[in-house]
Design a protein around this ligand. Structure first.
Ligand SMILES: [Zn+2]
Length: 109
């Protein structure tokens, strides 16, 4: 089940953004894809916890950039065209991490 989790996790982090960039931002898909990948830097908040990585910890609601308040802020960024791609990347990241939480329930109990 851990392999399935990793395939889904990295597909959603790497392949889904490519699909979104190509399908919805066709003229600037490369630039969009790079911005979407850069939103993975949101995981920098893991560095403020000990241990930095815990395979049995759900990031959503735990790390400050993965908090529900932060997710609300990412939603509020959506109407602003200059922030929209970043917001989409951050929300896709949160959705991916949230899916991971279901696997954690299954794998770590
Ligand atoms: Zn994350």
């Amino acid at each position: 089940m851990v392999l399935v989790q990793h395939v889904i996790h990295y597909s959603l982090h790497l392949v889904l953004p490519l699909g979104v960039a190509v399908l919805f931002f066709r003229k600037k898909w490369k630039q969009t894809y790079i911005i979407l990948l850069l939103t993975m830097l949101v995981d920098i908040d893991h560095l403020f916890t000990n241990p930095v990585f815990d395979p049995c910890r759900c990031s959503i609601g735990f790390h400050f950039l993965h908090s529900y308040a932060a997710i609300g802020l990412y939603v509020l960024m959506l109407p602003f065209s200059r922030l929209r791609i970043i917001a989409i990347g951050l929300l896709m990241h949160m959705a991916t991490d949230y899916i991971d939480c279901f696997f954690i329930e299954f794998n770590c109990k």
